[in-house]
Design a protein around this ligand. Structure first.
Ligand SMILES: Nc1nc2c(c(=O)[nH]1)N[C@H]1C(S)=C(S)[C@@H](COP(=O)(O)OP(=O)(O)OC[C@H]3O[C@@H](n4cnc5c(N)ncnc54)[C@H](O)[C@@H]3O)O[C@H]1N2
Ligand code: MOO
Length: 430
């Protein structure tokens, strides 16, 4: 074992070490349509003033001068801008998105004006000079045009070189749309992070009812999806026989950035993971964590620098290990910020070993007795008023029923907590 490895660190130290162990994967330029859902690696900047030109927000007439009528002298339509300045006392037909010419005072919406002769008579095509009149409402002076009415100045949304999206976040559809509006064709994103899944154990059955001494495999149907929820690209799990050679060969054959194994983490007669890692010359970064369940989880660095997480075989222990180690590792590799723990008020006392944290799935229940109100400034400490966390039943490390119905997971500190305590809340990734 390398002298830098953490042997049985606290839950918080293990969680932080897994994030710190990860260097973001390299970046690549991708077309915008492929950038949604990827992690931005370099700022998305505006390549121009946005909008590029001063444009109209409405259909109507752009006028020069405060009061009309204005002589109609041309038009400025989308794709056919009016290039000359508008002289005082004149107007041009303008469409939404049309360029507002120099000299403009404001835009008069078409429903608030009309085209007539200079003295207000009816005007038809071919009648000679046309004039735009503002039509005042029955009870007062014209509300439009006003200075700059319905005019979107160039650069209103962004100036050239403005940072539109900061790196280190998963790009959303509107962020990519914004990058397009600002003239970008590509963005720089981290390349995808891949994971391989190896399910170890001779006693696991893949379908049907298990026989005596067998269990149904809890991992192959869910781990690929959990990995994807954590941002990792992965295919189906591979089953590996309980022998040292099989474990070594299976790990060696993986090309993914992260290898996730299940089972074989303890020191039992059929537990080969540690020995396989020694054969492979891997370095342990975290070797067991002071938590229950999930105690034997490990994080190793393979010789070529890729990561391996050994999840315990017990189903709830494996999930505790995934939330504690795989999630922060994935966030670090993806170039994303670390997990922020929430805070909840526990409805009941929860025990924990003297030296181990306990990960306890909970359900949200209404705080009918006002237990949370007994706390000073419960809102200020980040809890949700009126909501308590009640530990689920089925907390055994070999069970999944509690987690399956849970709203979150309490990270109960060593020694446990009393009812009404504020406890860190590990949000679920699904
Ligand atoms: N003497 C000790 N024994 C154990 C210790 C210990 O400290 N000293 N730690 C216990 C803890 S805590 C855990 S957690 C488990 C970890 O076991 P392994 O990772 O070595 O896993 P296995 O021994 O292979 O299996 C444990 C358990 O999980 C079931 N299992 C395995 N794979 C699957 C699967 N794909 N689907 C469903 N269930 C699975 C397996 O049948 C066992 O019941 O070690 C304790 N022992
Ligand atoms: O720590 Mo083990 O994961 O309790 O069962």
């Amino acid at each position: 074992m390398d002298h830098d490895s953490l042997l049985e660190p606290s839950w918080a130290d293990a969680h932080a070490a897994a994030y710190a162990a990860a260097r973001p994967v390299p970046a690549e330029r991708v077309p915008l349509v492929e950038a949604v859902g990827r992690v931005l690696a370099e700022p998305a900047v505006s390549l121009m003033d946005l909008p590029r030109s001063t444009t109209s927000a409405m259909d109507g007439w752009v006028v020069s001068g405060v009061t009309g009528p204005w002589e109609l002298v041309g038009s400025s339509l989308a794709g056919h801008p009016m290039r000359r300045a508008l002289a005082p006392g004149t107007a041009a037909v303008i469409a939404t998105g049309g360029v507002v010419p120099a000299g403009a005072f404001g835009v008069l919406r078409r429903e608030l004006g009309s085209v007539r002769t200079a003295d207000g008579g009816a005007w038809a095509e071919g009648d000679g000079p046309a004039w735009v009149h503002a039509d005042p409402p029955a009870d007062g002076p014209p509300a439009e045009p006003a200075a700059g009415s319905h005019v979107r100045p160039a650069g209103l949304e962004a100036a050239q070189a403005d940072v539109l999206v900061a790196p280190g976040r998963v790009l959303t559809p509107p962020q990519v749309g914004l990058a397009a509006m600002a003239g970008n064709d590509e963005l720089t994103v981290h390349r995808p992070v891949t994971a391989a899944l190896l399910v170890m154990g001779d006693e696991v059955r893949h379908d049907g009812l298990p026989g005596e001494g067998e269990v149904r495999d809890a991992f192959a149907p869910q781990l690929p999806h959990l990995a994807r929820l954590l941002g990792l690209e992965t295919g189906p799990a591979t089953f590996v026989a309980d022998t040292l050679d099989a474990a070594v060969e299976a790990i060696r054959a993986c090309e993914a950035d992260v290898v996730l194994t299940t089972g074989g983490t303890a020191a039992g007669p059929a537990d080969y993971l540690h020995r396989a890692l020694t054969v492979l010359g891997a370095e342990l970064v975290v070797d067991t964590v002071a938590m229950r369940p999930g105690h034997p989880v490990l994080l190793a660095r393979l010789q070529d620098g890729r990561s391996l997480v050994g999840l315990p075989g017990n189903p709830l222990s494996a999930m505790a290990g995934a939330l504690t180690i795989v999630r922060p590792l994935a966030l670090g590799l993806l170039g994303l910020p670390p997990v922020v723990l929430g805070r909840v008020v526990t409805a009941e006392a929860v025990g924990a070993p003297a030296h181990d944290s306990r990960l306890v799935p909970y359900v949200r229940v209404p705080d009918v007795d006002g237990l949370g109100d007994l706390l000073e400034r419960d809102v200020a400490v980040g809890t949700t008023r009126g909501v308590l966390a009640r530990p689920t039943a089925w907390l055994g490390s070999g069970m999944l029923r509690g987690l399956a119905g849970a709203d979150g997971v309490l990270v109960v500190p060593p020694g446990g907590v009393r009812a009404g305590a504020v406890v860190p809340d590990l949000p679920l990734p699904w």
